[in-house]
Design a protein around this ligand. Structure first.
Ligand SMILES: [Zn+2]
Length: 88
């Protein structure tokens, strides 16, 4: 499991992520691997999810890592952007 240290403001597809409960916009991050199961049998591949935990109320949201084509940069970039912030 990968865990980034620090506190982040997150953008998903260019939209600022805010907590659906308290509307706070700062999160801690960890990467979570989930085993996939099909008809009761374990599948080899794992699903990688990015987990963001609101630093104010602790609510957790999960997003799947995906790429999108950025017209300005002319290359594929992650839909998830991390901006590290200081927690005042
Ligand atoms: Zn919250």
């Amino acid at each position: 499991m990968v865990r980034r240290r620090g506190i982040y403001e997150i953008k998903i597809r260019g939209q600022q992520l805010t907590c659906s409960f308290c509307k706070h916009n700062r999160f801690t991050h960890r990467e979570v691997y989930m085993d996939l199961w099909a008809l009761g049998e374990k599948v080899e591949e794992q699903l990688t999810m990015q987990s963001f935990s609101c630093i104010k109320c602790g609510d957790i949201r999960f997003f799947q890592e995906k790429n999108r084509f950025d017209q300005t940069l002319k290359k594929h970039v992650s839909i998830i952007e991390y901006m590290e912030v200081n927690n005042e």
